[in-house]
Design a protein around this ligand. Structure first.
Ligand code: A3P
Length: 334
């Protein structure tokens, strides 16, 4: 957990003129595509990202020194990062910040302010993060694919909490989010164009399937280092899943805590209904300029049904089957 209340700097802009010369030079050598927004996205180390993100990624890969006690949340964008940040924060800090207290940090801050992104916040725009004010364990997050994690994360005993969401809802959530941000440019994507890009692997940090599969495999190979959670399973069986997470993080709930309703209260506090109705998340802003409310849309499993044609459903099913064949990984849909 961080004592410093670092504000997220999730880059809202597409400008390339603020990049270092080194980064500009690198970009000129990378494959590029017209992305979901006004600007181009580039393929760096096999995944797609905007220039400012790539600059943050490189800085983080070069500079970040993981500690064995670190806990790092990893997600594909729009998989429920905000929710898991809240759950992790409440869970890991429940002694320092008792869950029933009225001034709990989650009631006055957006989860992105409490669990900062590495490449999007701490290392963005050439910033040099000051970790001196962080307490142990440090709670951090990233969208980076497994193979692109800073080496010190791979080499240490740092725990990785991976949250996966089914491809249909992730796609719909991403489409809404990017269109929302693009509204000011009057440049929204048709669902058909965005869907084709997504299916072709061209999405933020995509290909989506490679991201998921690499962490799935890592969770099987190194179950003490990587836990693989699913958004839909947490929705279905929240108590079981949060207890599983607490055990993985070596801070299991005591019988007394369970009897006192600590588990239920953490789930209630971090629920979509509670977080999305807090003043800070209705009217607050991140220092990047993003309004906190953009991270709360519907928070449901199955919103894809309101948008997908049969062809879209079949196409994604086909890709899921092809990509996950033999892996044992299956998405949950309703
Ligand atoms: P929808 O767009 O489907 O509603 P991320 O946090 O990775 O950006 O993901 C955002 C998605 O998580 C959005 O999905 C958002 O509504 C949902 N979400 C945010 N907070 C949530 C919560 N507390 N519980 C469940 N879902 C949540």
């Amino acid at each position: 957990m961080s004592k410093s209340q670092t504000s997220p700097q999730i880059p809202p802009k597409d400008q390339e003129d603020e990049l270092s010369d080194e980064c500009k030079k690198l970009l000129s050598t990378l494959p590029k595509e017209r992305g979901w927004s006004v600007s181009h996205i580039y393929n760096y180390q096999g995944f797609w990202a905007k220039p400012r993100v790539i600059q943050g990624v490189i800085a983080c890969q070069q500079q970040f020194q993981a500690q064995d006690s670190d806990i790092i949340l990893v997600t594909n964008p729009k998989s429920g990062t905000t929710w898991l940040k809240a759950l992790l924060f409440a869970l890991v800090n429940r002694v320092k910040y008792p869950i029933f207290e009225q001034n709990h940090p989650l009631l006055i801050k957006n989860p992105h302010d409490l669990v900062p992104f590495l490449e999007l916040t701490l290392y963005v725009d050439g910033q040099v993060p000051d970790f001196s004010s962080f307490t142990t364990p440090r709670l951090l997050s990233t969208h980076l694919p497994f193979a692109s994690l800073p080496k010190s994360i791979q080499d240490s005993n740092t725990k990785l909490v991976y949250l996966c969401r089914n491809s249909r809802d992730t796609f719909i959530s991403t489409w809404h989010f990017i269109n929302n941000l693009n509204l000011e440019h009057k440049n929204t994507n048709s669902i058909g164009r965005a869907f084709d890009l997504f299916c072709n692997g061209i999405s933020p940090y995509g290909p989506f399937w490679n991201h998921v599969l690499d962490y799935w495999k890592a969770s099987i190979e190194k179950p003490n280092k990587v836990i693989f959670l699913m958004y839909e399973e947490i929705k279905e069986q929240p108590k079981i899943q949060i207890k599983r997470l607490a055990e993985f993080l070596e801070c299991p709930f005591s019988e007394k805590e369970e009897n006192c309703g600590v588990v239920d209260e953490i789930l209630r506090m971090c629920s979509f209904e509670n977080l999305s109705n807090l003043e800070v998340n209705i009217n607050g802003k991140l220092s990047s300029g993003h309004e906190n409310k953009v991270f709360f849309r519907k928070g449901k499993v199955g919103d894809w049904k309101n948008y997908f044609t049969t062809e879209m459903k079949e196409k994604l099913n086909h890709i899921n089957e092809q990509k996950f064949e033999g892996s044992g990984l299956k998405f949950h849909y309703i």
